[in-house]
Ligand binder design. Structure first.
Ligand SMILES: [Zn+2]
Ligand SMILES: [Zn+2]
Length: 357
């Protein structure tokens, strides 16, 4: 297969490179001479989604693999991207499970069923060398920052980002690895013990996974859930539910804010005790006004929390101690992706899955 590099000046002048050129720039190489095969993909541009059948086929660069996507999950970040949370232009999506179909540098990996770490870091800058690769200033992030995403028939990722899925973990469970890893990041950042009173605000896609990931700590866990289905799923996992009106002031050692709303932040600040820890697990659209003095006076610890480790998340799925498949509310084929997004944006809807292959 032939390909060629495209220079960095590829842009149509509207702040968004044309489809062919953007994909080319992200990957270095695109099969352009041979237009016999285009792939299907969900394209985001100017905060609008479209389903396209003319995305150019890609091929892996050095130390990369071509992955055929089986399932992809729609998450809150994707919905926020449409609202303009980050000026991304390109193929969206970052939660997936698929199979390696090409790996020129490690052909023995062809056929592996994999999930993929979404941050692609340079590996050589001081931040990477210090072990903070997910904060590499030169990183790209699949489907979010300068890197083609998973809502497509194929995606290319570095081989180092692709992790084999154990045979006992189904595709339906594996597609949750990325958000489950993000949930587990909290336990990596702060110690949570059986003595801690922990409140999770928000019982949507992420809040549900956070609650499940905290059960093994044995902590005194309460989750604020508004919708009947959210409450039922938590009850099935023996998680205590609390209504927002019943949340008392200063009643929790640790509060995890997973609503991404200003109201959620203020409630979290009220619920945490002095010298307690407030974990912010959602991004907030726009700015929110916070009384910082009260954080100083109460000597709160604020912890921002983003992506997490894939291996412990896969291990948790393999052990059967966390089964996220009950969170799937709907499944759509890739060509019905726009309907799938409308469905995922409805209040109280948990996970909507795209079936690609
Ligand atoms: Zn996500
Ligand atoms: Zn780096």
């Amino acid at each position: 297969m032939g390909g060629f590099d495209i220079c960095d000046t590829a842009s149509d002048g509207r702040g968004c490179a044309r489809l062919e050129l953007l994909v080319g720039r992200a990957y270095g190489r695109v099969i352009i001479q041979d237009h016999n095969y285009s792939m299907k993909a969900v394209w985001l541009e100017d905060n609008k989604l479209s389903y396209r059948t003319d995305a150019p086929m890609i091929e892996p660069g050095p130390q990369e693999a071509l992955v055929k996507i089986s399932l992809a999950g729609i998450c809150a970040t994707d919905l926020e991207l449409i609202k303009g949370y980050y000026p991304y232009c390109g193929i969206a999506g970052h939660e997936f499970v698929g199979s390696i179909v090409q790996a020129p540098d490690q052909p023995e990996r062809v056929g592996e069923r994999v999930v993929g770490e979404i941050n692609i870091s340079c590996g050589v800058c001081p931040t990477c060398l210090a072990g903070r690769r997910s904060h590499c200033p030169r990183r790209t992030v699949m489907g979010i920052v300068n890197r083609q995403g998973a809502f497509a028939e194929y995606v290319c990722l570095p081989l180092a980002n692709l992790i084999r899925v154990p045979d006992t973990v189904s595709d339906d469970a594996a597609v949750f690895v990325e958000p489950l890893a993000a949930a587990l990041e909290i336990r990596k950042q702060i110690p949570i013990t059986a003595a801690d009173r922990v409140l999770v605000l928000g019982a949507g896609r992420l809040g549900q996974l956070i609650a499940r990931s905290l059960i093994p700590t044995g902590c005194h866990l309460k989750v604020a859930a508004r919708y009947e289905k959210q409450q039922r799923l938590l009850a099935q996992n023996n998680v205590h539910i609390i209504v927002e009106q019943a949340i008392s002031e200063n009643a929790f050692d640790i509060v995890i804010e997973a609503t991404g709303s200003p109201e959620g932040f203020f409630l979290a600040q009220k619920a945490v005790r002095p010298r307690g820890t407030l974990v912010l697990k959602s991004t907030y659209r726009g700015d929110i006004q916070v009384n910082l003095s009260s954080i100083v006076v109460d000597e709160l610890t604020l912890v921002g929390s983003r992506c997490g480790p894939f291996m412990p998340a896969l291990a948790l799925l393999e052990s059967g101690r966390v089964d996220p498949t009950g969170l799937i509310d709907a499944r759509y084929p890739l060509d019905k992706a726009l309907e799938a997004f409308d469905h995922a944006a409805q209040a109280g809807i948990l996970k909507v899955i795209l079936e690609v292959a």
